[in-house]
Design a protein around this ligand. Structure first.
Ligand code: G3I
Length: 366
């Protein structure tokens, strides 16, 4: 009798696993293990069943192409994050194939996915000097024509996503390392006032949208950070409708802890909302092609994520807009392509498994 039961049990488990193995070999074992023991997720779950979570929104920058074709990528986004940003789908290059057309499909698919999975959508980015369609660089016209084109883009995009996108990076990466405004095409054609105009046009298009200025290097560029903060304080004095500052934190494991907390505190001193908007912690900033991942590096990375999250969680609650990681797993991180180096910057590895960095993020609030 017993032998028969054991045989039956084996057949059931066997069958289940053989079904999945066809498409995703290690899926079954990993899932079972996680499902049995691990109850943590980064996001506060909709019905609060999970204990070990973060007290502020936790987001991720997603690539729609991968989201559509990779169920393990999608599962992590659904399970772990309650806010999503578009890695490229909402940039001018993606939305504006020509001066007279708008291509909403990929961005609309992201919004649809968010609505179906109860995710907040963060809009990235309305005006940036990069990732521009060719026709913008060749756009013919004087100040009035450029202003009209600039205003139309912001107004049309914000209106299209009104009520679906809660917040926008209105201006992305406008500051140079010395703290002055970068000489982007928008500054060349519209003058330094283009930043104020962008916020005014975005606010008119959707008065309920939370409007951010976003930039990188806040943790290691003192002049840049102070230039941005000074400019934002001027905007507040001029009554420009700005609600928050995004600090990207595309950062590295060998940057001293204090640089992160100083950046967060100086930005928060404006009184505006603070969004860590595109974080990852590189383990190979020197771009060593021979570097191998080690448990020491993983522990250092976990400690860095923990320190940053702890510093963020110390900010006044009403200013905590949330933390967003840029990309989902180490293998889809922009860092590997852009710097062409081995690197492991995120809390999930290339096999979709949690790394010590994941626990580091959670420990940051405990
Ligand atoms: O989709 C096309 C594909 O059809 C084509 O075959 C391929 C080869 O050229 O390019 C693909 O487009 C690429 C796109 O990413 C999608 O993967 C673009 O060339 C590439 O430039 C684009 O890079 C993105 C970059 O912003 C520029 O938009 C990165 O994925 C994205 O991670 C990066 O994100 C930026 C933030 O927006 C702002 N802060 C810095 C951050 C990192 O650079």
């Amino acid at each position: 009798m017993n032998n028969f039961k054991i045989l039956l049990a084996f057949l059931v488990i066997g069958c289940t696993s053989c079904a999945k193995n066809d498409s995703e070999p290690n899926q079954v074992t990993a899932d079972k293990t996680i499902a049995a023991t691990d109850v943590s997720t980064l996001k506060l779950s909709d019905d609060n069943t999970f204990q070990n979570t973060l007290p502020f929104p936790i987001g991720v920058g997603i690539n729609m192409g991968i989201l559509k074709r990779d169920s393990r990528y999608r599962d992590i986004v659904i399970k772990e994050y309650n806010s999503i940003s578009a890695e490229t789908a909402m940039k001018m290059k993606s939305l504006r194939p020509s001066a007279t057309t708008y291509k909403w499909s990929e961005a609309d698919d992201l919004v649809k996915f968010a609505e179906e999975n109860n995710k907040r959508v963060y809009g990235h980015a309305l005006i940036w000097g990069n990732s521009l369609p060719g026709w913008v660089k060749d756009f013919k016209g004087g100040y009035p024509e450029w202003k009209q084109m600039f205003k139309a883009h912001i107004t049309q995009v914000v209106k299209h996503f009104k009520g679906k996108v809660v917040a926008w990076d209105v201006i992305n990466e406008a500051f140079a390392d010395n703290g002055d405004l970068k000489n982007t095409i928008w500054r060349q054609k519209l003058g330094p006032n283009y930043i104020d105009m962008a916020f005014i046009f975005a606010h008119r298009a959707d008065p309920s949208a939370i409007l951010f200025i976003n930039d990188y290097g806040m943790e290691y560029g003192n002049n840049k950070r102070r230039g941005l903060v000074k400019y934002v304080e001027g905007m507040i004095e001029r009554g420009i409708p700005i609600d928050g500052i995004g600090t990207q934190f595309h950062s590295r494991v060998n940057l001293p802890d204090a640089k992160f907390s100083r950046a967060l505190n100086e930005i928060a001193a404006t009184g505006l909302k603070v969004h860590i908007s595109e974080m990852e912690i590189s383990l190979n900033p020197a771009s060593l092609q021979s570097l191998l991942l080690s448990s020491l590096l993983e522990r250092e990375q976990a400690a860095k994520y923990e320190y940053i999250v702890r510093s963020y969680n110390a900010l006044p609650k009403k200013q905590q807009f949330g933390i967003t990681l840029w990309n989902v797993t180490d293998k889809d991180s922009w860092v590997l392509n852009y710097y062409d180096r081995p690197d492991w910057p995120l809390p999930f590895d290339g096999n979709y498994q949690k790394k010590p960095a994941y626990q580091g993020i959670l420990d940051g609030v405990n």
